[in-house]
Unconditional design. Structure first.
Length: 141
């Protein structure tokens, strides 16, 4: 199981303050789903405390594929493409996340174009790193 490279690394301190104005802090207990695979999703989550596991497959046959740590994000693929969630994200202990509604985030983008550019650049780089890591892992098989 790989560490997921999914951070918003190009956001400025002011961007983080702006993002926090739209965030709601949520707490999850061990084993609770933060995101359920195959569900509609309109929220991006930023891990603020704890560890979560990205898992594929339903029921008790889930396969862990990545680990999310503090400042990692999840829910970004559904945010980008509007489809259903591609994996479950499960708390592996006590986990706190900042949840940001996608529509509220898009409203911020309309007002703060620089923030928008840095946010999307961060997502693009995070997804590129994830693809590179997945390719590396597949090459080992």
């Amino acid at each position: 199981m790989a560490k997921s490279p999914s951070r918003l690394e190009f956001l400025t301190p002011n961007d983080w303050v702006l993002l926090s104005t739209k965030a709601t802090r949520l707490k999850f207990s061990p084993g609770e789903e933060i995101i359920r695979e195959g569900a509609p999703g309109e929220t991006i989550y930023i891990i603020k405390k704890g560890i979560a596991s990205v898992e594929l497959g339903g029921g008790s046959q889930r396969t862990p594929v990545a680990v999310l740590l503090e400042d990692d994000i999840c829910g970004e693929i559904t945010f980008l493409d509007g489809g259903l969630t591609t994996a479950s994200v499960v708390a592996k202990g006590e986990v706190e996340v900042d949840a940001v509604n996608a529509e509220e985030l898009r409203q911020l983008f309309a007002v703060f174009s620089g923030f928008s550019a840095r946010f999307y650049r961060s997502l693009a780089v995070a997804l590129a790193k994830r693809l590179r890591e997945t390719s590396r892992q597949l090459a080992k098989v």
